[in-house]
Design a protein around this ligand. Structure first.
Ligand code: SF4
Length: 682
């Protein structure tokens, strides 16, 4: 394999941030590519700054490079200026470590963390010089693999990706590597190289691996007569070969303690998001927030042993020189003994009082004065809480069972310990939401400002508001998303209500971007043509405000007989076959449907870590259990601690109209940029 460095280097003076393309970071591994070893190019389909901290990619990078039969390098999406000079100079996508052409690798593996990066995926396959459509690839072309949370509805990318890995990748990546290595070694039945079809069929036999070419989507003979439907209805997706499973179940590693990765976190040469040491506390969440795909698809809870957390933190700080460590998970304050863990890190003599600990995903009702006191001892950065809903009624619907008192106690703890800035995350456009619920966001935030003023002058509270996009494998997968007009109307309700409140700022996600995310998130295979058209008409970096263009999406939908009404705004019915029905995150469909009905009835559901199992399927189906150190819930809080959950159903619940709701003011000047990077969940 020939390095492209001599052709890449002259381009670097022509582009912004050339350090994005040179590699050489602390922690980078420059592998030899031994004969027979499978060469992987791990690709994050967004910029270096967004992609480098991604822990999933770094974990697989290390696991693969520890194997003798594999070698892994990395690539990120070149920014538009770099892509332009690469294409004019005929330089293809290349790896950062050895600057090898992407086409020279056996596997191009993408991390799918958000739907709006899908056009970048197509662009990167094309920039690699590989046919964009999987059906046009030959035996000599790399295998295109994808994983990550979005892989739980892979159908919109089914035309472009050869295989998807569902769930945890730590074990599956080795198994895929083994199949590809055996295929490379050949021979096929006729003595020549084994066919690409043979490779795909072998891969489809692996647990957790979904090969779209081994499945066929069946549609009704005619279009549905409904008002917004012009395409035939999906009836089922079934296997094409006898050895292909009818349903692909996700992979789950039972013991996080056996996977202390990354051991050598990458330290970037330029500033990136989350530029700090990151150590994963636990995987999975059973709080049961009904909008939260990450929580649903990563069950059960598996905590990393506290001693291993400490070791990973201390080794990581010593190796990287970082003075900040983030203890990551979907809800970090839920980790058993979180206060002890934080204290033991801060008090360690090697930290000399210089290391700050951040908990990026703080559950309001598990955040106590003790936790606040510990994490502020070195440095006070801003604190973020996510009540998500503005009223208790709304939070019952979404099962984020945080009482107002929980939020106020957490905010009080924060302000009393010296914080002056607090950020609150909310969703709008949730099922059954009324204007009273929407305006409840301002009421909550206003009260938080008042609490802060008891302790300091000049406190600021920022309410960051995102439009809700229903996600697959959640109880809200049947819900018809709010229209752009309805979300915009709600945004302006909030903006107007917040304007007189000093110390309160409302920021929001662009409702148009919310709609575009909705187009892709629940699409079926036919959405591939829409994604391809958006890409071919220049629609890359759709997560970035300056490049996002809703018109590209709506035109592509119309050109392929689809519409926002049918793909995004329409409620799905109980019996309707869903494009992801043949894939499983462990959750029973009837559990999800019942939870959806409970949501409409405003009934909450307790956290099953500390209450009896309600058989969602995640543990029972996989023979694994929650791994938690503590038999009792975290200090403080309500959920799972005896709160009365029998109070649902008192308010009549109805779906809001999805029709446009009158004149909509133009977006305001303080409209938030498209939020590209979520930080955890709770
Ligand atoms: S199977 Fe039971 S214990 Fe496991 S996550 Fe589901 S409800 Fe909780």
């Amino acid at each position: 394999m020939q390095s492209l460095w001599s052709r890449v280097e002259p381009l670097l003076s022509l582009v912004t941030k050339p350090a994005r393309y040179i590699g050489g970071e602390l922690g980078a591994q420059v592998p030899d590519h031994a004969d027979g070893a499978v060469a992987w190019l791990l690709i994050y389909p967004d910029t270096y700054e967004i992609g480098l901290p991604n822990q999933g990619l770094q974990i697989l990078y290390e696991i693969l490079n520890e194997r003798e039969d594999a070698a892994a390098e990395r690539a990120y999406a070149p920014w538009v200026d770099m892509e332009e000079v690469m294409r004019s100079a005929g330089v293809p996508l290349f790896s950062l470590e050895n600057h090898l052409p992407a086409r020279a690798f056996d596997v191009l593996a993408f991390n799918l963390s958000a739907e709006l990066v899908y056009t970048n995926v197509l662009n990167l396959i094309d920039l690699a010089g590989v046919p964009v459509r999987a059906s046009e690839r030959a035996g000599s072309d790399p295998l295109v693999v994808a994983g990550g949370h979005c892989a739980f509805n892979p159908e919109p990318l089914a035309d472009f990706v050869d295989c998807f890995v569902l769930g945890d990748g730590e074990e599956a990546v080795g198994e895929v590597n083994g199949v590809v290595a055996a295929w490379k070694a050949g021979p096929g039945p006729d003595g020549g190289p084994a066919s690409r079809t043979a490779l795909l069929r072998s891969l489809s036999g692996l647990d957790g691996v979904y090969v779209p070419a081994c499945y066929e989507a069946h549609y009704s003979p005619e279009g549905d007569p409904g008002p917004h439907r012009s395409l035939p209805r999906l009836e089922a997706t079934t296997p094409r070969f006898p050895e292909t499973p009818e349903r692909v179940e996700k992979r789950t590693i039972a013991d996080l303690g056996q996977w202390p990765y990354p051991r050598q976190q990458l330290v970037p040469l330029i500033e990136v998001v989350h530029d700090r040491l990151n150590v994963e506390l636990f995987r999975g969440c059973t709080r049961g927030c009904r909008f939260c795909q990450a929580g649903m698809i990563t069950r059960p809870v598996r905590e990393r042993p506290a001693e291993q957390v400490r070791t990973m933190v201390m080794d990581g700080l010593a190796r990287t020189g970082y003075d900040e460590v983030a203890l990551t998970s979907l809800s970090s304050a839920d980790y058993s003994g979180i206060e002890d863990t934080v204290t033991s890190i801060i008090d360690d003599p090697s930290c000399s009082g210089q290391v700050s600990v951040s908990l990026p995903s703080l559950r309001v009702d598990a955040f106590t004065v003790g936790t606040a006191a510990q994490i502020q001892r070195v440095r006070r950065t801003g604190l973020t809480f996510a009540p998500e809903g503005g009223t208790w009624r709304m939070r019952q619907v979404i099962n984020k069972l945080i009482l107002e008192e929980d939020l106020y106690a957490a905010v009080d703890a924060a302000f009393s310990q010296g914080w002056k800035r607090v950020k609150l995350y909310f969703l709008i456009g949730l099922p059954t939401e009324t204007d009273e619920d929407t305006l409840g966001i301002v009421a909550l935030a206003k009260q938080c400002v008042a609490i802060g003023k008891r302790y300091h002058k000049g406190v600021t509270v920022t309410a960051s508001v995102g439009g809700f996009v229903p996600k697959v494998q959640t109880p809200f997968q049947w819900f018809g998303q709010n229209t752009i007009e309805e979300l915009t109307r709600k945004v302006h309700l909030l903006r107007d209500a917040a304007r007189p409140v000093r110390g309160l700022t409302v920021r929001w996600h662009d409702p148009k971007a919310t709609a575009a995310e909705g187009i892709v998130s629940r699409g079926d295979r036919r959405m591939g043509a829409v994604i391809e058209q958006v890409w071919r008409r220049g629609g890359t970096f759709q997560e970035w405000t300056e490049h996002f263009d809703l018109a590209l999406w709506t035109e592509a939908l119309a050109d392929h007989g689809m519409s926002l009404e049918e793909t995004v705004y329409r409620h799905r019915t109980e019996g309707e076959p869903l494009p992801w029905d043949h894939l499983s995150a462990g959750l029973h469909r009837d559990f999800l449907w019942q939870d959806w009905l409970d949501a409409l009835d405003q009934h909450g559901l307790e956290d099953c870590r500390w209450t009896p199992c309600y058989d969602c399927g995640a543990c029972t189906g996989f023979g694994v259990e929650h791994v938690v150190a503590s038999a009792v819930p975290p200090a403080g809080g309500s959920q799972g601690t005896g709160q009365d959950l029998s109070t649902g159903g008192q308010v009549p619940v109805r779906f809001l109209s999805t029709a446009p709701s009158g004149a909509v003011p133009a977006p305001g000047p303080d409209q938030d940029a498209v939020a590209r990077v979520g930080e955890g969940s709770c």
